[in-house]
Ligand binder design. Structure first.
Ligand SMILES: [Zn+2]
Length: 493
């Protein structure tokens, strides 16, 4: 039996007379396949209200009769119906996550009149509203979300709309995720611009309110909606939404996007279709996020300082990630993005700093691996299960840099191009990636073994070897390093 898992305060009973409940939080039997959001943002009240229609599929082997949803702790659900308007019973409680006493949400359980058979789908229309507040107290300092004229973001991080999930980080990690289609209608006062990924329809006006509509062209891994007095720079294939004071930066971003997209396309192949890239500026420290379908949400530093453009190169590189099928994922894509962000900065902006980056990586690994963290027993391959994915960025960056140095740009790019081409439509796993690199050059095996499958890198650091030395040690006499193609940009001499 599990221990006491959750403390719940019943909403109906009032917070003062809170009822303490202990219950085991079950998993989530559904995945989201589509959502349609229609909300009005009330700037005077700091709140929003509207409806969200969720399309869900039962991905378990058993019938499922309950749909668990999460919502911001200062919001509530007022009704749930099916798309035809038939009422669905539900219960909602303000609760703490079973495994995070700082994370408080409105946990909603919708009871379906008939269980949904395995593999079948169901749609729900949830009417909800309330104040939007952030979640900085959980340690996620970037979730400062609130309704503010200068900038408002509606995203799942702050549960600004009902999202599939239960109040348990553990249970939510095992939940299936698929990319989903979304459409949004967001009504705001005149003068504000609503931005998100996907295709825009012409805004409609009523009195002093404007309704902005978007829908995805291809499924997106997330939905985030930004609202600000944005200005927009548009050309075929690119929209940049930027704060009025950053117009110089917007042009710099425009050139950086074009340059980076050209490099990635050259190295890894074309993206599907005729990609439309949307870059949306958000304030510093609010958390960048990127997908082709969902939009590239980029903090303002990259609009104000050329030296910060690597963040944009990082996000753009994620467009070349096939869907990650490892669950929970060790997130090696983040290590690849860290490597590619600096590689592109080197090629486009003349950045030269690999020595310093590797030294920095060594410092980070040594400090983050101080006991009791199990860096010496948990390999990168299990960072997803063991919740060590904050290390994936640094360990992965060194691993991909070592692969690049050892195989040389030709073979490195051929291997990742093969992986991207083969798994772009189906999604892929780390095992698929490793096998693809092996086919191109078996010299990759030892690097994946040392940095991914085992904790050898940790032992070698512990024995006093530097990261630089470990990386250099993989090089074979006569192997083509970067020097062969880019003699002016050799990171190691
Ligand atoms: Zn990333």
């Amino acid at each position: 039996m599990g221990t006491l898992l959750m403390v719940a305060l019943a909403v109906q009973g009032g917070l003062g007379s809170g009822v303490t409940l202990a219950r085991q939080v079950p998993g989530v039997p559904f995945v989201l396949t589509g959502r349609a959001l229609d909300v009005v943002v009330d700037y005077a009240g700091g709140s929003l209200a509207g409806t969200e229609t969720l399309h869900l599929r039962n991905v378990t082997q058993a019938p499922a009769g309950q749909v668990p949803l999460l919502l911001n702790r200062l919001m509530s659900v007022s009704s749930v119906t099916d798309p035809a308007g038939a009422t669905r019973a539900f219960r909602q409680d303000i609760v703490l996550f079973e495994d995070d006493p700082l994370l408080q949400v409105d946990a909603v359980e919708v009871h379906l009149p008939r269980p949904v058979a395995a593999g079948d789908s169901v749609s729900l229309v949830v009417r909800y509203g309330g104040h939007l507040v952030g979640y900085t107290e959980t340690g996620s300092l970037y979730i400062q979300d609130r309704v503010d004229h200068d900038f408002t973001i509606l995203r799942q991080d702050a549960y600004a709309f009902p999202a599939l999930g239960v109040p348990s980080r553990r249970a939510n990690r095992t939940m299936g995720y698929d990319a989903f289609d979304f459409s949004v209608r967001v009504t705001v006062p005149e003068g504000l611009v609503v931005a998100t990924g996907g295709e825009a329809a012409e805004p409609t006006r009523r009195d002093s309110l404007v309704t902005w509509s978007y829908h995805t062209v291809t499924p997106a891994p997330f939905m985030a909606i930004e609202i600000a007095p944005y200005e927009v720079l548009s050309r075929p294939g690119l929209h940049v939404f930027y704060f009025p004071q950053d117009s110089t930066g917007a042009h710099m971003v425009d050139r950086a996007v074009a340059g980076a997209m050209a490099r990635y396309t050259d190295w890894y192949g074309a993206l599907a279709g005729d990609p439309q890239v949307t870059v949306i500026e958000i304030p510093e420290m609010w958390g960048s996020q990127a997908s082709l379908a969902g939009g590239i949400i980029q903090t303002a530093d990259a609009f104000r300082d050329r030296g910060q453009l690597y963040q944009l190169y990082h996000e753009l590189s994620h467009l070349w990630n096939p869907n990650d099928l490892d669950r929970p994922s060790p997130r090696w894509n983040e290590g690849l993005a860290m490597f590619l962000q600096w590689r592109v900065a080197g090629e486009l902006d003349g950045w030269t700093g690999w020595d310093a980056r590797l030294d920095r990586a060594e410092q980070i690994l040594k400090s983050r691996c101080a006991p009791p963290r199990p860096c010496g027993t948990v390999p990168f391959a299990r960072y997803g299960q063991e919740e060590l994915t904050d290390l994936s960025y640094t360990v992965g960056q060194v691993m991909f840099y070592a692969l690049y140095r050892t195989l040389g740009p030709d073979a490195f790019d051929r291997a990742y191009r093969d992986y991207f081409g083969r798994y772009r439509d189906t999604g892929g796993t780390a095992a698929d990636l490793i096998a693809t690199f092996h086919r191109v050059d078996p010299a990759s095996d030892q690097i994946f073994r040392d940095w991914y499958a085992t904790t050898t890198w940790f032992d070698r650091l512990g024995a006093g070897e530097s990261v630089r030395r470990i990386v250099e040690g993989y090089a074979r006499p006569g192997a083509g390093g970067p020097s062969r193609l880019h003699p002016d940009r050799v990171p190691f001499q």
